[in-house]
Design a protein around this ligand. Structure first.
Ligand SMILES: [Zn+2]
Length: 175
């Protein structure tokens, strides 16, 4: 039996009642979770197992949405689940920091290209997580790309060893 998170009182469980997950900032209703009501202070709370996986599921749902660009709340959710500050996401997407804030407050609509890029960053992150890769491969790589249109020295020629393409797979996030 869970104790009340507010007053420590005895709780009764409520089963099979849909739970509105407003905390995530989106209109999400969860089924099959158990809620608890305190018999003393009447506080209702929920225990959500596998919250990481839940967020990945919500994020995946958002990213596979068709026929509409990401909404302010969706952009914010994806950014938070990516554990990025506005500034960091802006840097990865090649936009100014204030642009991300404007998308999230609805003052500006996200561009089609950035919409696609954000979705693909997120999906890449989700698959990294699923494979237990503990790095932000694409986010990091994109952040290091030049922001302004300026002359950048071309990289030196590409040299590869046999093991580079036949080995244990190229590590995007290697040293
Ligand atoms: Zn209570």
């Amino acid at each position: 039996m869970k104790k009340c998170v507010e007053c420590g009182g005895k709780t009764g469980s409520i089963k099979n009642k849909p739970y509105r997950y407003d905390e995530c900032g989106l209109d999400v209703v969860l089924h099959g979770v158990t809620q608890f009501r305190c018999e003393h202070c009447k506080e209702v709370f929920v225990s959500l197992p596998g919250i990481e996986a839940l967020h990945r599921a919500i994020g995946g749902f958002i990213c596979s949405k068709r026929k509409a660009l990401l909404t302010p709340a969706e952009i914010k959710f994806l950014r938070k689940d990516l554990h990025l500050k506005s500034k960091e996401l802006a840097s990865a997407l090649g936009v100014r920091p204030e642009t991300v804030s404007r998308w999230e407050t609805g003052k500006e609509t996200i561009g089609e290209t950035q919409d696609r890029l954000l979705r693909s960053l997120y999906m890449n992150y989700a698959s990294e997580k699923a494979n237990n890769v503990i790095c932000h491969g694409l986010v990091q790589m994109f952040s290091e790309l030049p922001r302004e249109r300026k002359e950048v020295k071309s990289p030196k020629k590409i040299e590869l060893n046999l093991a580079d393409w036949l080995g244990a797979g190229m590590e995007l996030c290697g040293t």
